[in-house]
Structure formats: C-alpha cells, structure tokens
Design a protein around this ligand. Sequence first.
Ligand SMILES: Nc1ncnc2c1ncn2[C@@H]1O[C@H](COP(=O)(O)OP(=O)(O)O)[C@@H](O)[C@H]1O
Ligand SMILES: [Mg+2]
Length: 603
Amino acid sequence: MGKIRILSDNLVSKIAAGEIVERPASVVKELIENSIDAGSKKIDIELESGGKRLIRVSDDGEGMTRDDSLMSIERHATSKIKELKDLFSVSSLGFRGEALPSIASVSRFRLVTRTRDQVIGTIIAVEGGVVRGVEETGAPPGTTVEVRNLFYNTPARHKFMRKTETELSNVLDIVERESLSRPGIGFELRSEDRTLLRLPGRETVSERISELYPGIGLHGVSAEGMGVRVSGLMAGPLDTRSTTQKLYTYVNGRSVRDRFLTRVLIDSYGRMVEKGKFPQGVLFIEIPSGDVDVNVHPTKNEVRFGNARLVGDLIRESITGMLEKAPWLGGQGRSSGHAPGGYVPARESGADYGGRGPDGVETGRGANGFRVYNNEADTPSAHAPAIDGEPNLRPGVESPVNGLFGESGFYSGLKILGQLGDLYIICASPEGMILVDQHAAHERINYERLKKAYTGNGTIQTQDLLVPEVVELSPHESDVLSGHSAQLQSMGLHIEGFGENVYIIRRVPALLKNTDLKRLVRDIVSEMKESGAEKSLTDKIDMVISTMACHSSIRANYELGPEKMKALLSELDLAEFPHSCPHGRPVAREISYADIEKMFKRT
Ligand SMILES: Nc1ncnc2c1ncn2[C@@H]1O[C@H](COP(=O)(O)OP(=O)(O)O)[C@@H](O)[C@H]1O
Ligand SMILES: [Mg+2]
C-alpha cells in the first residue's frame, strides 16, 4: 500500500479551503514545497514566459511509486497528515493534498517520478484535470512536474496573469523566500535558457542569506522567552528599501507573509527608518507547534499565534537590541583590529567571528566577503583596539554612560579636525575619519529633547511670543489642525483659533523661538493631512516632533566655531539613537583607513 491516502470528509472540512493557484508564482511555490517535503537536495526550476507558458520543477527527492503518483493527483490526497490531531503538529510544508490536483486541472500537466529502490519510473499526463496517459518510463530518482499553458482552459483567470517580467519577478521572490530557510538544498532558476539564480547547497543559514543580500551588512538579532525563539539577520536602519519585498519572515521554517509580523518588524525600527522606507532581512520564529495555527489560509501564508503579544514583544526586543548595539557608522558594519597606521587590511582582521552565536544563527563571513555580525559579544567593536589606555567605546556599545563629559562618549571622544563646506564636521577616529552631518545631528538632538519633554521624561521650556504670529489656513487644513490643538499644546506649541480658518500662535517651545513659525505650522498640518487616518496617534505625534526638530535645527550651511562643534558632538552622545536623524538619514559616516588605503592603492 502506498504512502498517500485520501483525507476523510470530516478532516477536509476542517482545513482552510480556497483557491491556491493564482499565478505562476503560486504554482512554483507549491511544487517547490513538495520537493522540499520529499527531502530533496537539489531543486531546479525552469520557466518560459515567466511561467505562463512553462513551469518545470525537478527534484532529487524520494519520488513516488506508480500507485502513489496516481493518488497524488486526486483531491485531498496526501502522505503528510492522517488524522485531525496531525493538523496541530504539521512539520511538513504541505498537508492539504490539494496542490497537484488543482494545478493539473488548469494546465497541461506532466509528472515524471521514480523512487530510489525501483528501476522504472512513471509518467502521468493530465490535461485540464483529465488523465490522458500513464506509462512506465526511464527516469532518474526524484520527481519532475511540468506545467504548460497555465489557465489555458479558464480564460477568466488567464486574463489575470501579468506581464512576463512581473510574473518572473514574483517567481524569483518565491524561490528566494523558499530557499532562505533551507540552506542545505541547492536551487537553480532558469528562464528561457538563462540562469537567473544559482544557489549551491550551503552549511548555514547565514551563508545562504548573505548570497541573497549582496553588499548589505546584516546583523544578528535574537530574543527568547516562554519557549518562543526569535532569531535572524537584519540590515541596519540605513540599508532600507522602498518595499517590504526583502523582508522575509518564517514560522517554524515555513515562509509566511503575515501582516502582523511585518507590521511589528517595521514598527520595531520606528523612526530609525526613513518615511516610506522599509527594513530588510530575514527573521525566524521558532514556536511550539501547538502555539501557532498554520491552517488559517489555503496559501498558508498567514498564521495565527496563541500568544501574539509575546511574539510581538520578542521581535521588538530582538530588533531593539540590534539597533542599540550595532555599529551604524560604517553603514556596512565596520572592520576591527585595525589601528591607525597599522595598515592591517580590514579583510584579514576579525576572521574569527565565525561560529554559532547564542541565537543559533551562525555568524561569520558571508559568501561575498562581507561580514555578518551577531549582536552579542561578537560585535566587532568589542574587538577594536583601545587607544591611549582609554576604554574602547563605540556608539551605543558597552558604554555604560553615554555621558556629556568628554571621553566617555563616542562622539565627544573624537578629535575634531574642522568643518567642511559649512555642512560637515570632520573628525579623526581610531579607525579613520568620520564626517558628521551637522544638520542631521542637531535634528536628532532636538527631536529627542522634544520627545522626552512630550512623554513626560523631561520638561519642555516654552516661551510666550512677544508678537503672536497669525497663520491663515485653507478650510481643510483648518479642520485638520483644530482636531489636534490639544496635542500640539502638550508639545509646547500653543495655537488658538482666531476667526474663520485663522489661527494665532501664542507660545512655542524655546527651541523654536527663532524659526519661521508660519511655515512650521503649515508643515505640521500638511504632514497630518498626508498621513491620514490610518496613522496611529503616536506616529502622528512623532511626526510633529520630527517636523519641529527639523525647523529648530541649525541649517546645513552654517559656520560652526570649535566650541559649537564640540558642544554638538557632546550632546549627540546623550541621544538615545545618535546615528540617524529622525527621518532616517545618517548622522555620521566613516571613511576607514582601509577605505583610504584603497584610494591610495596601498592594499
Ligand atoms: N516532488 C514530490 N516528490 C515526492 N512526492 C511528492 C512530490 N510532490 C507531491 N508528492 C506527493 O503527492 C502528495 C500530494 O501533493 P500535494 O497535492 O501538493 O499535497 P500536499 O503537499 O498537501 O500533501 C504529497 O503528499 C506527496 O506524498
Ligand atoms: Mg503540496
């Protein structure tokens, strides 16, 4: 008797039902998942016309006997679960027994398969759900499924397929997504005889991840509690993208596109990430199978957590831990063991970072030669040389006091060399040169001051205007503003109605006293208008504070004397997240000795 059985009607009724074959990418997803479940080591995907004309997925997995292969195209036939209780502990990717029959009913379908211990394989041809032939055939062990002319017999769905490029990029996304959590499996994607992706089997998740994020510095994140583990490799807040496409989440090894998870991840970066930009990276959640329901949606993209709050808290904790510790200055992560004048090529230093971090995600050098950091003790800055007997301090890392006073802070510990173009402060650091964007730095400082005052962790100094300012707004702007005057007041901005659509500003935060208040109010109102109703109140407040901070900050083209530069850097050390302005632009960038050596071809 074969391994595949038809599920009972009762069990079928408990499985999330619905259409799973929407486009070529969904076919590819189902076929790849079957190959993974079959224990394959190598999976090849071939496409014509973005999968619209042909999708062929071949694997070297366990294959099927003739009987099983005939069963596999029956509805609700699966080898992966047998009874209801299995549904609560599925470890395979599939369990619904629906993919092959669904695909075969809307295409010209061919399945070639052979198990390792049989000498002869089976070939089955199906057209629009009707079996056209079953024959014996010679075939290598494993399974190949060929899907031609998808939706040829369902014109309505055929119409919904997109341009070849769009379908192709959807498929590419699926292959990357599926491959990320299975580094041991080799994947190859070819389209019209061109290889688009070739991922050899790897030892570790981080090797696979770094291949799919070329040139991006990734940092280990982790958190654990009550049997739930969150771990992964995430890019810093300066390496963002304009979509969430490269933000991958997995629950117990299953790739999910869950709105809750994505939202929590984005929110965890908060204002470190520029508006309209999204973080990127890979996050794995390991959770006891009884605490998560994967049977929520037929595509299995969404899950439901028994304790979503816990999962959310752990994600936030893991990301915050990374944001606080990771070395933002270098953008791509910094080199270590590199003393000024030492001319140690950065490539050769710190080669001992490899190994398994406490979060189980291996750290070490990525395939492209850039290093992948774990945020624990492996933070490279922990290895950086101390200078002049001073403790070795890096932004936010192991500096107990980010103090205002001298050496204890990172920025105030830098040697100021001068100002460049009335825009940047140039400093010498132990590892090279640092440019500080003075406007971004000041914006960050003022933002945090205003924010502290607003949240009650500080006091905001306000000042009555000698001559109150009058602002005239459009009726719509006026509506927007009138709903928020109480909040603005709690931020130190006192605005009152003064006749129809006219407002009067009487009192402002002292920080803002020399700014163009009319413009400030207009900016705040237009931001509020734009952000609309879907923004939470905290987001809106944050946005107002950022706008105020921007208005109150020194302009870019402003000459700073040595004392002013020093004061600015000292204050920067007091900031919680000194490394980017509230809009996500970097405050400082480093040009390392290694970079400089490269410029002078000394390496
Ligand atoms: N590539 C493959 N290699 C080996 N067996 C496969 C393969 N694809 C499908 N099968 C078998 O066919 C069955 C039906 O597949 P499918 O319709 O995708 O349902 P499910 O994956 O939910 O079980 C699977 O349970 C499995 O036993
Ligand atoms: Mg399946």
